[in-house]
Design a protein around this ligand. Structure first.
Ligand SMILES: NC(=O)c1ccc[n+]([C@@H]2O[C@H](COP(=O)([O-])OP(=O)(O)OC[C@H]3O[C@@H](n4cnc5c(N)ncnc54)[C@H](O)[C@@H]3O)[C@@H](O)[C@H]2O)c1
Length: 331
């Protein structure tokens, strides 16, 4: 495969750092751009072993300095993952959410076009794009007329129209990957979302996590390595479209909780809290389109992915880490 210059925005984050690792393994030149608001340089320790093939720029995507980064590295492809990536913070501060997710994205797209970048692969949100779906698994066509339940869902959705604009009028190709609930090693167990890391780290610390709502709400959990494979496929395949990246399988928070208890080796004793605002009841993403346009399908069974995630948390677990109990959040 031809070696490319690739910028990964949000490259120090959970998904972005795995993507950097994978692109570097495939021999590409990679620059991660991240302002480290939630991302961590520790996530880039594997990428940093690739020497000159990897660079990191601590830059806020909303700032004029982003153009210098693009100018220096002249990316062929931009993987755009930098975002205010939580539902709850978007409810508390929709202005900040829009500032990063809409205005920041516009800056990324402008910088990309001004240096002749060919394609943007965008991390869209399959968990919020469709609002509360009427039938499951939900297909990409259901986004028309759907209304996201949170400012985060709105900001992630409006970007799809900007991508179409830039594609039509600025010759910038795009693929928008509507991701399910991504999980796996490096997901922040102290963060706002990522129920699997939050539950598992709580259990490993000997605490019982709280399930917010009745626990019968469902999500489509997709393993991070599978997710990253979709970004890689989208560099060369598909154009001008939204593609669901999920398993098509609904898993309830109660079922997830019970599976994690089995892996960690503790009896299930769930406690329940109030249903949070802005969250869906059920979601699962139809992945037939991903199979046809990207040749992508999920490879990792939930039980296998959960075991790997727990293993990673066990290795990195320190009793002083303050992993808090939390609810599930669609992303
Ligand atoms: N993880 C999921 O389940 C999921 C689901 C659907 C969509 N997504 C999308 O995938 C992307 C990655 O998500 P993640 O789970 O890895 O989240 P994350 O928070 O780990 O990664 C986001 C990264 O963006 C960086 N960032 C935030 N604001 C920035 C700014 N102004 N300038 C530069 N960098 C900035 C953060 O520091 C962080 O490293 C996001 O766009 C998110 O909306 C994630």
């Amino acid at each position: 495969m031809r070696e490319r210059s690739i910028i990964v925005t949000g490259g120090a984050g959970f998904v972005g750092s795995h993507l950097c690792d994978r692109l570097l393994e495939e021999g590409h030149q990679v620059v991660a751009v991240d302002d480290l608001v939630t991302g961590r340089t520790e996530n880039l320790s594997v990428a940093s072993r690739h020497g000159d093939a990897f660079g990191f720029s601590e830059t806020d995507i909303r700032t004029p300095g982003l153009l210098d980064v693009f100018d220096r590295h002249r990316p062929d492809v931009v993987m755009h993952l930098a975002a205010q990536a939580g539902v709850r913070p978007s409810l508390e501060d929709p202005d900040h959410d829009a500032s990063v997710n809409v205005l920041g994205t516009l800056n990324v797209l402008r910088c990309a076009t001004s240096v002749g970048c060919r394609k943007v692969v965008y991390a869209a949100s399959g968990g919020t794009l469709y609002g509360e779906p009427t039938s499951l698994p939900v297909r990409e066509s259901s986004a028309d007329g759907a209304h996201p339940e949170s400012p985060y869902g709105i900001s992630k959705k409006v970007v799809l129209d900007y991508l179409r604009f830039f594609s039509r009028h600025r010759s910038l190709e795009f693929v928008a990957l509507a991701l399910g609930n991504v999980y796996g090693p490096r997901q922040d167990p102290t963060g706002e979302a990522g129920v699997i890391s939050i539950f598992a780290s709580s259990m490993l610390a000997g605490r019982s996590p709280t399930i917010f709502g009745d626990g019968d709400q469902t999500r489509d959990y997709v393993y991070v390595e599978d997710t990253v494979a979709a970004f890689v496929a989208a560099m060369d395949r598909a154009s001008g479209e939204v593609v669901n990246i999920g398993t098509g399988i609904e898993t309830s928070v109660n079922a997830l909780y019970t599976m994690l208890c089995g892996i960690v080796g503790i009896p299930p004793t769930p406690t329940y809290g109030p249903q949070p605002e802005g969250e869906l009841r059920r979601i699962a993403l139809d992945n037939a389109h991903a199979a046809s346009v990207l040749g992508w399908r999920p490879r990792t069974d939930l039980a296998v992915g959960l075991a790997r995630t727990v293993e990673h948390l066990r290795e990195s677990y320190s009793p002083s880490a303050d992993a808090r109990s939390d609810s599930d959040t669609e992303r």
